[in-house]
Design a protein around this ligand. Sequence first.
Ligand code: ADP
Length: 235
Amino acid sequence: MIKLISVSKEYDNGVKALSDINLEISKGEFVFLVGSSGAGKSTLTKLILKEEEVSEGSIYLNELDITEVPNRRIPYIRRNVGVVFQDFRLLPNKTVYENVAFAMEIVGAHPKDIRRRVPMILSLVNLSRKASSFPDQLSGGEQQRVSIARSIINNPPVLIADEPTGNLDPETAWDIMRALVDINGRGTTIVMATHARDIVNSMKKRVITLENGRIIRDEQKGGYELEVPNTEKHI
Ligand code: ADP
């Protein structure tokens, strides 16, 4: 589904954000991307979205090397990879319904399909009653659920979530996780960059840990950190 081969990223200012990343994510996986601030998590998600270009290496999305894709085909990537951000990024002058419908309009969906699908997805994230509200009339958790609805409205096989619970209190954060688990259960591959230690440790999903732009751990059913090794045993 997603495959990175020897990917490196150096920004124009000389900062080497990622070094020699090799990674394969299968269809239907739920993957956490963890690591301290500056480790390279956001850069990795931006490369998969082709918001930034790799310096070296290849990134395959469904067999297509997106590093070779010309900019005019970026809409293909946008249709295949949904994205959710920490700060929601909703359009303030549009209602909940319109925010979600807009994501279908920009990919040229038929109005009839929009009228059919938007209510269905709003119901999936439990927001049917808020369809006519504007973003500033919603709680943070509700705004994030709108953003999730928008990200999956075109049914992308992959969803990237960059710190989706970062602005939310713990209880609301779990609401968001339940929505993401539900979406993952319907077959969407999810890659979530996060600092939320409790969430990562409770979910028992694959955890990829970055440090200084390199993968230092990749564990199935992993946790936020390795347990401190008991060195006394070896003395
Ligand atoms: P994380 O998401 O793990 O906090 P980032 O991917 O944002 O890490 O950052 C990795 C490194 O790349 C950091 O040293 C950061 O300062 C640098 N960086 C990120 N974006 C840019 C940019 N647009 N230009 C230059 N350096 C950047």
